[in-house]
Ligand binder design. Structure first.
Ligand SMILES: Cc1cc2nc3c(=O)[nH]c(=O)nc-3n(C[C@H](O)[C@H](O)[C@H](O)COP(=O)(O)O)c2cc1C
Length: 417
């Protein structure tokens, strides 16, 4: 048997109640191609349809999507708070389901990574109670590429953002029809800013000790589970990521160990835990530093569903899935190959990607990556070859009548009466 027939990467697996046909997952990849109102459209549908339609039973994690205006701060990123945004996502979800595949939405709160001028320009930014300066974070440490420090969220606002996550989860699952949601707690955005000491300098019950720093992400998980159920809830973390300069606290293990232990104990039915491997920082590949490994998480999480992402190739993904049985998420490879799963199964070469089109340039680099050519069908015998064999048959049996012309088209050969 070929390695594909036996490889766990290509074997079915369940996530919550979903029956996936293989373990090659599309990682969340933000493409900044929503409109100015953060709504998706036909071009985005085509992009997701291409990736869902290649092999049914594929699991897609849709790109980071802002849960509310005050959680945003980027242009052309999708949102999930207005009716029109929800309806635009529903078109995408329906397309994915029609192709027999599955889709979770990644729920995003940017915190101090937001661009303040964009937040200020949001039409429906809620001014009341949010203060004059909308650029918020866990603490008030200056965030990279910003000139002023963020305003730490008040405890009331933390509760409000927890509710916003739950509300967005309801919008995604109950209204847009997503199979579930993945809470974005990685790559230096708001929940990660609370987890890590280099962004969280609070002195209240949400800062300081490990127990305090994991509090807000855990409250968000509790709220989302209460809203849509544990089997439709997942979370993504990146203990080693240095994306957003300054992230990756000195020793992330105690914090992330405590977080994963609590998740395991309080929500054993969580759809999955998604981890970013140390070899990648957000969108950029790096060599891991000595000692960086997610093995400690795998030991805590045990047999539960785990998705690993970051720098995997076909070969290393097959090896990892074989060794651990886990699912492997691919980011850049899925951007560049709409038919990635088929290429992996057939061991076909991959397209050469163009990172300059990853973000916001319409069709180019989005829906125009080519599909691998279909395999050639077994060649049919030529007319000449068929007439030669007929001629030979006639020569050897003068009593046989000539065959009907349907034989030329490969139809079953029947004697003429
Ligand atoms: C263009 C681009 C956009 C990304 N957007 C997101 C995102 O929306 N949410 C997220 O958690 N990670 C995001 N990532 C990180 C990917 O999910 C993934 O972890 C990373 O690309 C490493 O996997 P890879 O080596 O298979 O590309 C993005 C990466 C790229 C290249």
């Amino acid at each position: 048997m070929s390695d594909v027939a036996t490889s766990k990467l290509f074997q079915p697996i369940t996530i919550g109640d979903l029956e996936l046909q293989h373990r090659v997952v599309m990682a969340p990849v933000m493409r900044f191609r929503a409109n100015s109102q953060h709504e998706m459209g036909p071009l985005n549908q085509e992009y997701y349809n291409q990736r869902a339609g290649c092999c049914s039973g594929t699991f897609i994690i849709a790109e980071a999507t802002m849960i509310a205006p005050q959680a945003g701060g980027y242009k052309n990123a999708p949102g999930i708070w207005t009716d029109r945004q929800i309806a635009s996502w529903k078109e995408i979800v329906d397309g994915v389901h029609a192709r027999g595949s599955f889709i979770f939405l990644q729920l995003w709160d940017l915190g101090a990574a937001a661009e303040p001028s964009i937040l200020l320009a949001e039409e429906d930014y809620p001014w009341v109670g949010a203060g004059k300066y909308p650029y918020v974070g866990a603490g008030d440490l200056l965030f990279p590429e910003h000139t002023e420090p963020p305003r730490p969220l008040s405890v009331d606002e933390i509760h409000e953002h927890t509710w916003l996550f739950a509300n967005a989860a309801r919008n995604a699952v109950e209204q847009a029809g997503f199979d579930g949601v993945e809470i974005h707690a990685c790559n230096g955005y708001l929940l990660d800013q609370f987890l890590q000491t280099n962004t969280n300098n609070r002195t209240d019950e949400y800062g300081g000790s490990v127990e305090n720093r994991i509090r807000f992400p855990l409250e968000v998980v509790d709220a989302v589970v209460a809203a849509v159920g544990a089997k439709k809830t997942a979370i993504r973390i990146s203990p080693w990521s240095r994306f957003q300069a300054g992230m990756c606290m000195k020793n992330p293990k105690p914090t992330f160990s405590a977080l994963v232990e609590r998740l395991r104990d309080t929500h054993p039915d969580l759809a999955y835990l998604h981890i970013v491997e140390p070899g990648v920082h957000g969108t950029i590949a790096h060599h891991p530093r000595p000692g960086e490994s997610n093995q400690f998480i795998r030991e805590i999480w045990g047999e539960r569903r785990l998705i690993a992402a970051g720098g995997f190739t076909r070969k290393s993904g097959m090896a990892a899935a074989e060794h651990t049985g886990e699912l492997i998420a691919y980011g850049r490879a899925f951007i560049e190959n709409p038919d990635l799963v088929r290429r992996f199964k057939k061991d076909l070469p991959l397209n050469l990607g163009d990172p300059s089109t990853y973000y916001g340039t319409g069709r180019a680099g989005y829906t125009d990556y080519p599909f691998a050519p279909a395999e050639p069908r077994p060649a049919l015998p030529s007319h000449h070859a068929i007439w030669c064999s007929l001629w030979k048959m006639l020569k050897h049996s003068k009593t046989e009548p000539p065959l009907p012309s349907s034989a030329m088209r490969g139809a079953p050969m029947v004697r003429a009466h």
